[in-house]
Design a protein around this ligand. Structure first.
Ligand code: APR
Ligand code: PHB
Length: 391
């Protein structure tokens, strides 16, 4: 099999890239190790930055998002039983975010690809990327029990944190920057209308809690839990009790409970692989970088990477200049590190490390009060949350 761009992975990065290339008249093949049903029901985050919304619309993939997505103009910070709303449009010159689940973005892109795009092969597992320093890189993959080879001009590894693409970059060219956190998030989906119309980020002495949503009828809630927690060790009522404690306010706000339909634990880590390109292999999305979920940046960063790649390749085809393709890693990493910084700031602002000295509690509260009382500090948060521009 032969194509211009071989894409490994049908998460949001790989699927959107295939769409952008299709729209530009460039052919691609997507290899995805899992089956379609698995990819379409995997629970992930659900906040789209303004820039991501704009990209999906421009790619012709925004129809259902515009119908079913919820535009949010702010978030609430909760600490010391107080509430503070951050008003995004007022602080950022009109920017907002969209609550629309990543799963739904994937479903929309898969449907479009199957209807209009090039081959999207499910249950096709990439085994290795070879010849990345040559003009003809190849992806060796297995499908229906047989090994096959996809010959490409370029390979884009969109295969997530556990993928194989990154391994094709020789160790002597790679540098990894990493931080793990001694806690994770226990996440639930519940059949109950969200108890607040915007997301609530709560800092509490017992740990962080987040109220989010998937629709006007479905809540998504998270609790900070110790690293390595087994989701099954928390009974539903224990989860609600703990959420209630952490969200408690002085003004008597109340949390509605409902049937819990899913429960899982997400570990938290920051990870960046540099460079994001070696020869004709490009890394995009989680294959190159992970952020802790506190800032909801994972999907949005993946979108930034593939837009950068697609524009660079179009530039090469139109002008003959590989300048932008050569600058891919640098261009992406500038934005990646801003999101890494933002996610790290949000995480350390709101979580309580198990061994944190009381001094840190006071500093966290002082940081939160600063955001609540200084327009400059609040604007910094609003700009980070609604997203950093693409170069
Ligand atoms: N061969 C083929 N496909 C693979 C392989 C492989 N060897 N290894 C992994 N994959 C597939 C996975 O099954 C998955 O569908 O690659 C895809 C990677 O998708 P994601 O993990 O969703 O990563 P990405 O597309 O970069 O999305 C960015 O945003 O909200 C965050 O972390 C969250 O996934 C999210 C990310
Ligand atoms: C989610 O809805 O899953 C979500 C929202 C905001 C975050 C992280 C996750 O910061």
């Amino acid at each position: 099999m032969r194509t211009t761009v071989g894409i490994i992975g049908a998460g949001p990065a790989g699927l959107l890239l295939a769409r952008l290339l299709h729209n530009a008249g460039i052919d691609s093949v997507v290899l995805e190790s899992r089956d379609r049903a698995y990819v379409e029901q995997r629970q992930r985050a659900g906040i789209l930055e303004q820039g991501t919304v704009d990209v999906l619309r421009a790619a012709g993939a925004g129809g259902r998002m515009d119908r079913d997505g919820l535009r949010h103009d702010g978030i609430e910070l909760r600490f010391a039983r107080e509430r503070h709303r951050v008003d995004f449009p007022a602080l950022t010159g009109g920017r907002s975010v969209m609550v629309y689940a990543q799963t739904e973005v994937c479903k929309d892109l898969i449907a479009l690809q199957i209807e209009e795009g090039g081959p999207l092969l499910f249950e096709a597992e990439a085994l290795a990327v070879e010849g990345v320093e040559s003009e003809r890189p190849r992806v060796r993959f297995r499908r229906e029990g047989r090994e096959d080879v996809l010959e490409c001009d370029y390979v884009v590894g969109c295969d997530g944190f556990w993928g194989v693409a990154r391994r094709a970059i020789p160790a002597e060219h790679s540098r990894v920057f990493e931080r793990t956190y001694p806690f994770g998030w226990l996440g639930i989906l519940a059949d109950v209308p969200p108890s607040h119309d915007e997301l609530v980020y709560a800092r509490h002495d017992r740990g962080f809690a987040l109220l989010s949503m998937r629709s006007p009828a479905v809540s998504r809630l998270y609790l900070q839990v110790p690293e390595g927690t087994d989701a099954g060790s928390w009974a539903d009522e224990e989860i609600w009790d703990e959420l209630e404690r952490r969200f408690e306010t002085a003004d008597g706000w109340s949390l509605e409970r409902g049937a819990v339909t899913s429960k899982s634990v997400t570990p938290m880590r920051s990870h960046v692989h540099e460079p994001m390109r070696h020869g004709r292999l490009f890394l995009a999305g989680d294959a190159a970088h992970i952020v802790p979920p506190t800032g909801a940046k994972g999907l949005n960063l993946a979108v930034g990477d593939v837009v950068t790649f697609a524009r660079a390749l179009v530039h090469l085809e139109e002008t003959g200049s590989a300048e932008r393709l050569d600058a891919y890693s640098e261009t992406c990493l500038r934005r990646v590190w801003q999101a890494e910084r933002f996610s790290y700031d949000m995480t350390t602002l709101l979580h309580r490390a198990p061994d944190a000295p009381p001094f840190e509690d006071r500093v966290q509260l002082a940081r939160l009060r600063r955001i609540a009382t200084s327009r400059a500090a609040e604007t910094d948060l609003a700009e980070g949350y609604t997203g950093f521009p693409l170069d």
